[in-house]
Design a protein. Structure first.
Lengths: 197, 197
DNA sequence: GGCGGGAAATGACCTAGATCAAGTCTGCCG
DNA sequence: CGGCAGACTTGATCTAGGTCATTTCCCGCC
C-alpha cells in the first residue's frame, strides 16, 4: 500500500518541481478519506466544497436525465482528480453524482485551502493549467467520438482507453459511458464484429 | 472598429491584473491577421504553431469523419480562443480544420513566445487555468447534452447558448454542431414543437 | 445450501433520426 | 440580366439503437 501523499506529490512532480517546504505545505492541507463501494462522495443538488484526488480504487461521476437514466461523465481511478466542476467553481447546486465503484481512498482539500496553495505556490497554477489542457483535449475527443462514431466503434475506443478498467466494470456502466442502453451493448457484444475491408 | 490589442488585454484583465510593462510585453508578441470568409486557418494533417485569439468575426473548428461528414466542435466569435489543442500541445498532425465563417481578424502568438510569456508573467498561468476550467465545464455539459437529450432539446440549448450566432449561421452548420443531419433539422423546425405537460 | 437481488441475455416490437433522391429557392458573380 | 452553386425543403424508405417484458445467471449473504 503506497503512501497516498507520496502519490499526490509524484503526480504534481510530473509538471513542476516543489521544494521540501512546499511539499510539506501541500501535504499538510490535504486530508485522507476512504469510501466503501457504492458510497457517495457527492450528490446532485449539493454544493461541492473540495477538490478530490483519488489515491486508490475508483470513483465515477454521472448525471441522471429526466427519464431516470444515468450517464457517466468520468471514471477516476488512482491518480486522477474528480469533481462536479460547475458546482465547485460557482458554489452552486451540482447536477452530478459522484460515488465509489470500488473501495477507494482519496485526498481532499477545501476551496479556501486550495486558494491558499495557489497563492503560496504560484507554480501550481501551471500544474493545473497543464492538467486542464489534457482534460479539454480528452473531452473534445470524446465529444467527436459521440458525434461521428457508431456504438461499436465507441466501445472499441473505450477498451483501448481503459484496458484495465474494462475488466472490472459491470457492462451496464460501460454502456452508460459510451451512451447506449445495457441491452444494446449486450446484444452488440454477442455479435461477431463484422470484418470489413 | 475596436483595437484588437485592447480587446485582448481587456479579456486577460478579467482574470488578472497586468502592469503597463507586462501589457506591452503581451501586445508586443501577438501579431494581427485577418481571414476572409471560408479561408482556412488550419487544416487536418498540419501541425498547429500558434495560439489564436479572435478579435472580430467568427471562426469554427470541425472534424471530418470517415464518411466525409463535418462535425463542428467549436464556434469562436470575438473574444474567444480557438485551436486544435492536441496538435498544438503535442506538435502532432491535427485532426481538426479551422476556418472563418465570416470575415474575421485575430491575434496570433507562436508557441515559443507563449512560453516566454508564461515565464515572464506567471500570472498568465492563472488566467489560462481559469479559462480552461470554464472550457472543461462547457464540454462536459455539451457531452451530457449529447448523451441525454433529443435533437430538439439540443437545438433549444444551442439557441439559448448562442442567441446571436444562430441568426447568422446557415442551418446546416447548426445541424453539424448539435449532431443531426441538415435534412432532419429542416424537418424538425417545420414541426411545431409539441406542447407537453 | 437456499434465497434474494442486481447483472446480463434474449425476444418482439418501436421510433428518432439517417439516407437517398428529387426538387426549389436564393444570392451572388460575371 | 442570366446562370449556377449552395442552402433548404420534401418525400419515400431504411436502420441503429431504444423500449419493455421475461428469463436466466451469478454472487454475496443468512
Amino acid at each position: 500500500m503506497k503512501d497516498p501523499y507520496a502519490l499526490l506529490l509524484e503526480h504534481i512532480g510530473r509538471n513542476i518541481n516543489l521544494g521540501p517546504a512546499e511539499e510539506e505545505l501541500v501535504t499538510g492541507l490535504f486530508r485522507e478519506r476512504s469510501l466503501k463501494p457504492k458510497q457517495f462522495l457527492f450528490q446532485e443538488g449539493e454544493i461541492l466544497k473540495s477538490q478530490v484526488f483519488v489515491t486508490s480504487g475508483c470513483l465515477r461521476s454521472y448525471a441522471i436525465d429526466h427519464n431516470g437514466f444515468e450517464h457517466i461523465l468520468q471514471f477516476a481511478p488512482e491518480g486522477w482528480w474528480i469533481a462536479d466542476m460547475q458546482s465547485l467553481l460557482d458554489q452552486v447546486p451540482g447536477k452530478l453524482n459522484i460515488d465509489a465503484i470500488q473501495a477507494s481512498t482519496l485526498l481532499q482539500i477545501g476551496m479556501s485551502d486550495m486558494e491558499r496553495l495557489y497563492r503560496e505556490i504560484p507554480q501550481l497554477e501551471r500544474h493545473f493549467r497543464l492538467l486542464l489542457e489534457r482534460s479539454v483535449v480528452t473531452y473534445q475527443n470524446r465529444l467527436l467520438d459521440n458525434l461521428s462514431l457508431s456504438a461499436r466503434e465507441r466501445y472499441e475506443h473505450f477498451c483501448r482507453a481503459y484496458p484495465t478498467l474494462i475488466r472490472e466494470l459491470p457492462q451496464k456502466q460501460v454502456a452508460s459511458y459510451i451512451g447506449v442502453t445495457p441491452e444494446f451493448l449486450s446484444r452488440m457484444l454477442r455479435q461477431p464484429a463484422s470484418r470489413k475491408g
